[in-house]
Design a protein around this ligand. Structure first.
Ligand code: PGA
Length: 238
């Protein structure tokens, strides 16, 4: 079985979310995590049997932080997972390692599982520095956390050049990178963590991707907003 995590980003309006929930409600979604926009978290929690995750979390606890969503609030409505450090947020909101440490600490305090996103740009891939880049992204966060809790983190390896482009690495490249990630975390922290692959996962490549045993699951963007495609991917990951 592979873990399926849908990241619906800011793609859908409310009526489209309701339609998605309605059309998938007769399928077993109880092991699939869906990360909708924050404004729809409650809809999924109330009306569906997905496990619900958030796309981000604030750095600070409950308090005077206008516009933020605290981990305490997410926990109070039943959110179980949260993406942290998605490349779109690293780029657009200038999220840095120290900020991600704060976010993950808030999640730990609230028993919410962090899904830490890492990945290289096209340019970094061409320069052949993928492992340096993702190694740094892991270590700058892991070094700053309570070492006894590292196992609770899930890593999502998402090459930035693959997100939303239809391009994906070869299975050999994915296997090589995920082996590096897992070995680094065993060697340096003595921990085993689950690693997801993300970036243009769709119904056309899921069978091929599923041949990689090392991949523990997928983080799925665009395809998680399309009912038939998402159900198909879910059925291939049972
Ligand atoms: P994509 O997005 O599946 O649309 O490429 C993945 C992600 O950004 O998590």
């Amino acid at each position: 079985m592979k873990l399926v995590v849908g990241n619906q980003k800011a793609y859908l309006k409310r009526d489209e979310v309701l339609d998605f929930i309605e059309k998938t409600k007769n399928y077993d979604c109880s092991e699939t995590i869906i990360c909708p926009s924050s404004v729809y978290l409650d809809l999924y929690l109330d009306k569906s049997n997905y496990i619900v995750g958030s796309q981000d979390v604030g750095e600070r606890p409950l308090g005077a932080t206008t516009g933020e969503i605290s981990a305490d609030q997410l926990n109070s409505i039943g959110v179980a997972y949260s993406l942290v450090g998605h490349s779109e947020r690293r780029k657009n909101q200038h999220e840095t390692g120290p900020m991600l440490i704060n976010k993950i600490n808030r999640l730990f305090e609230n028993d919410i599982t962090p899904i830490l996103c890492i990945g290289e740009t096209q340019e970094e891939k061409e320069l052949n520095v993928t492992k340096d880049v993702i190694g740094k992204q892991i270590m700058e966060v892991f070094d700053g956390l309570d070492q006894t809790k590292l196992e609770k983190i899930i890593i999502a390896y998402e090459p930035i050049w693959s997100i939303g482009t239809g391009l994906i690495p070869t299975n050999e490249e994915i296997e090589d990178t995920i082996t590096y990630i897992k070995d680094l975390i065993v060697d340096k922290y003595d921990k085993r963590v689950a690693v997801l692959y993300g970036g243009s996962v769709n119904k056309g490549n899921i069978d091929e991707l599923n041949k990689i045993d090392l991949v523990d699951g997928y983080l799925i963007g665009g395809a998680s907003t399309k009912v038939e495609e998402f159900l198909y991917i879910m059925s291939k990951c049972e």
